[in-house]
Design a protein around this ligand. Structure first.
Ligand SMILES: NC(=O)c1ccc[n+]([C@@H]2O[C@H](COP(=O)([O-])OP(=O)(O)OC[C@H]3O[C@@H](n4cnc5c(N)ncnc54)[C@H](O)[C@@H]3O)[C@@H](O)[C@H]2O)c1
Ligand SMILES: [Zn+2]
Length: 362
């Protein structure tokens, strides 16, 4: 199957996102075409490298090894970045060289931040290995790390020169991680494409079975939507907000549970259910569309429970969120499956009602 190519225009030029089952086989040629120099620092983590390293081994300079970082959100720190700088120094990585991030969003964000800052910026190639990273974090040029005080507090906008999404690597992803990424796919359908939503709805079985053709198409559709949004709003002032559908309440749920109970996508799943309810309450969305959204979100799989979580406490967490600009909460509503509207006059009472509707307590 010939890979799909999507060109993304960014401040640093145009870069291709190449999506396809088996696309990694063509990586050496893709790097050459993008003029990525032979000095390449591959960053990955042990498990991912053990499972899939052979797919990209050939792009390493002879005798070189990848740099491993620990897995998990806890590794997305300045300390890890500092270790990556040591590796850059060790290999004398200069501006003609590139950092190749081979992993999920944690590896991509951290290695991407190192690439943005080492010598004020070297080449960056993103090879995402989770569904979330393929449809979301690898595209759009946001890189960064966490501080003890909060997530993603330090970062940059720094576009890669190439992104390669090969759905074949998703076969080894833990099922729950895969489903968590799938909720973001559903999000793209709701905010921008009824066609994608319907496709996922009809082909959920094939997607769950990792059918290569279906996955390639789904990942490509998401990449196209994210690319379109990002290109029209690279620095996140307006349109890019629609990507936050389901995220206001989702982030609150994550914060409320100390980032332990939910995977990000699972919290977003609840956030989307609540946002759909709120959209109906405000007269923006039909009950039929809400029911379809509910059925698909619930159809992806079981979610951790929210029954013990307080809607009022979630409200306080929402107040602390980055999305509150100058005291105003910008909230993304669905106006149908495939379109959104952003409002900034959502009332506390409405938020509480919507959260209680998804099963949270008062
Ligand atoms: N930059 C952005 O625009 C953006 C957007 C969304 C999310 N993010 C960030 O992405 C991060 C989350 O990314 P994630 O969901 O990919 O999590 P992750 O990178 O932690 O990966 C999840 C788990 O899956 C493992 N894994 C990865 N690929 C695998 C594979 N092919 N087979 C088996 N196991 C594999 C990882 O080692 C890890 O344990 C967060 O830090 C979030 O802030 C960034
Ligand atoms: Zn998200």
């Amino acid at each position: 199957m010939k890979p799909i190519r999507i060109d993304v225009t960014s401040e640093r030029g145009i870069y291709p996102v190449v999506i396809g089952s088996g696309a990694l086989a063509g990586l050496p040629q893709l790097l050459e075409r993008q003029r990525v120099g032979p000095q390449r620092l591959v960053v990955s983590s042990t498990r991912i490298w053990r499972l899939h390293g052979r797919r990209i081994q050939r792009i390493l300079p002879r005798g070189d090894r990848p740099v491993m970082m620990a897995a998990g959100e806890g590794a997305k720190t300045l300390a890890t970045v500092s270790r990556l700088y040591d590796a850059c120094l060790d290999r004398r990585l200069d501006r003609s060289g590139a950092i190749v991030a081979f992993g999920g969003g944690v590896v991509g964000d951290t290695a991407g931040f190192a690439a943005a800052t080492w010598l004020r910026g070297v080449g960056l190639v993103q090879i995402p290995t989770t569904l979330l990273a393929q449809v979301d974090s690898a595209i759009g040029g946001k890189v960064g790390v966490n501080l003890p005080a909060g997530k993603n507090l330090v970062g940059a906008f720094y576009s890669p020169s190439l992104v390669v999404c090969d759905p074949d690597v998703l076969a080894t992803l833990p099922r729950r991680e895969f489903r968590a990424g799938l909720y973001e796919v559903v999000k793209y359908g709701i905010i921008a494409s009824k066609r994608l939503f319907d496709h996922v709805d009809r082909r959920l079985d094939l997607i769950a079975a990792h059918d290569p053709t279906t996955l390639t198409r789904v990942v490509a559709d998401c990449c196209r939507i994210k690319a379109d949004v990002v290109m029209s709003d690279e620095r996140e002032s307006g349109l890019r907000r629609i990507l936050n559908f389901g995220h206001t309440i989702g982030h609150a749920l994550e914060a409320l549970t100390g980032y332990r109970r939910f995977l990000h996508g699972e919290a977003v799943a609840y956030g989307m259910l609540a946002a759909a309810r709120l959209s109906v309450l405000r007269g923006a969305l039909s009950e039929d569309d809400e029911a379809r959204i509910g059925a698909l979100v619930r159809g992806v799989g079981r979610l951790p429970s929210v029954g013990d979580l307080s809607a009022r406490q979630a409200l306080e967490a929402i107040g602390r969120d980055k999305k509150v600009v100058a005291g105003r909460l910008h909230f993304v509503l669905a106006s149908s499956i495939g379109s959104t509207e952003i409002v900034n006059d959502v009332r506390t009472r409405e938020l509480v009602l919507a959260m209680k509707a998804i099963g949270m307590r008062d």
